[in-house]
Design a protein around this ligand. Structure first.
Ligand code: ASP
Length: 405
């Protein structure tokens, strides 16, 4: 019954998406009306999603850590998870770059003098590392710095484990608050059909089908890379390390895939992703730690998108990327995807860091900004599928080693 409700929300979001395209096309001569009166409701929805991300990640990771009751176990699971996440993301970026180079001939060289995009200041790779560690207890949440939220959750979780029985009440409290915030998220997500409509309709009204047409090739390149990565990398890892047939895996993941595709939020897809992976046989203990962590740091789809867009933007500006620049893109996109929060549109903001790392003009983001939602639906789907594959694999590896999970 619960599953049916979630599925029907995914269907509702999808219908909203189609309606937004139709309404947007009909409203092309009233684009200003759409931007003034429809878009703000989309912004309210996005604000609410961003509002809930911090507490969800904080409490779900703390709950995941304390449920293991053993720091060594957290270290063991965390170690395999982080290595898997980094390797698959680097491979994803390389696939994205390879596919984009195949499509490059079809990318247009555009008139780029009028572009402008206010990009946030890009940070260096070393700063990204230093910034993982918070210098204040509250700012990770108030500034929605997700990596700092993860560090906070790990520190508190470890302390609770070390305190043992004397912190039993804290464990109950964390589980309770985790449930409360999950409920709040469910309430916010029930607004997603309206949110999706109000976000997309003004974009279509302002840009018309033309923008989608001229960007069709780069969108196609990204989707080819998403699909290839899922078929090649996840099928291989799931069948070799996960001990499961890829067909069974993708079939079992279908409800989460549909939800991620329509909502474009990894964090929003967390509860349904947990349900799907557990139905597929992942241990609850593993997925309650691996999935929230992955919803924040593991973004293979986002990395692919960043690689493809870097090649696209370079080609629009008539710039040819050197092999050294390509390697730099793989490294930066892997790091940038780690720092991306699992909410709609976050990956586009981090694209600035990738472009800066190879000296490409940040203004180029304006070229793809209008259709970001279309990229985002695919990249989020791949992001959550990668997280799920990890929880199946880690569960399988631990069971093979004789762990009782
Ligand atoms: N929307 C993506 C996600 O939630 C993040 C991104 O924008 O790339 O996984």
């Amino acid at each position: 019954m619960e599953k049916l409700k979630k599925l029907s929300l995914a269907a509702q979001i999808f219908i909203a998406l189609v309606l937004a395209v139709i309404a947007g096309l009909l409203m092309q001569s009233h684009a200003e009306f759409a931007a003034t009166y429809i878009k703000p409701f989309g912004t309210i929805f996005l604000n609410l999603v961003k509002f809930i991300v911090g507490p969800i990640v904080l409490f779900s990771i703390m709950a995941g850590v304390v449920s293991m009751r053993d720091i060594r176990k957290v270290g063991q699971i965390g170690g395999i998870t982080v290595v898997y996440y980094f390797c698959t993301t680097a491979v994803a970026t390389a696939i994205g770059l390879a596919i984009a180079n195949l499509f490059k001939g079809g990318f247009p060289a555009l008139e780029t003098s009028s572009l402008s995009y206010e990009a946030p200041e890009a940070t260096s790779k070393m700063d990204v590392f230093v910034n993982i560690f918070p210098s204040n207890f509250l700012t990770p949440i108030t500034e929605a710095n997700m990596l700092q939220v993860i560090v906070t959750a790990l520190l508190i979780g470890f302390a609770i484990i070390l305190l043992g029985d004397s912190a039993a009440k804290a464990v109950d409290g964390i589980n309770l608050w985790n449930g409360i915030f999950m409920k709040v998220m469910e309430m916010i997500l029930s607004l997603s059909p309206v949110g999706v409509f109000c976000l997309l309709c003004p974009v279509i009204a302002a840009n018309g089908p033309m923008v989608i047409g001229s960007l069709a090739k780069v969108i196609l390149a990204a989707y080819c890379a998403y699909v290839l990565h899922a078929i090649i990398v996840y099928s291989a890892t799931i069948s070799t390390m996960g001990g499961m047939s890829p067909v069974k895996f993708f079939k079992g993941m279908l409800p989460a895939i549909m939800f991620a595709f329509s909502s474009a939020s990894s964090v929003g897809t967390l509860p349904i992703n947990m349900e799907c992976t557990e139905n597929l046989g992942a241990s609850r203990e593993v997925s309650s730690f691996v999935l929230p962590l992955g919803a924040t740091i593991n973004m293979d789809g986002t990395a692919i998108y960043q690689g493809v867009c870097a090649v696209f933007i370079a080609s629009c500006y008539g710039i040819n990327l050197t092999p050294a620049q390509m390697v730099s893109i793989v490294l930066t996109a892997t790091l940038a995807s780690v720092g991306t929060a699992g909410v709609p549109g976050a990956g586009m903001v981090m694209l600035a860091m990738v472009l800066t790392s190879v000296g490409l003009p940040i203004d180029g983001i304006a070229l793809v900004a209008g259709v970001d939602r279309i990229f985002d639906m695919g990249r989020t789907t791949l992001n959550i599928t990668g997280d799920a594959s990890c929880s199946i694999i880690v569960s399988n590896i631990l069971r093979r080693r004789g762990a009782k999970i």
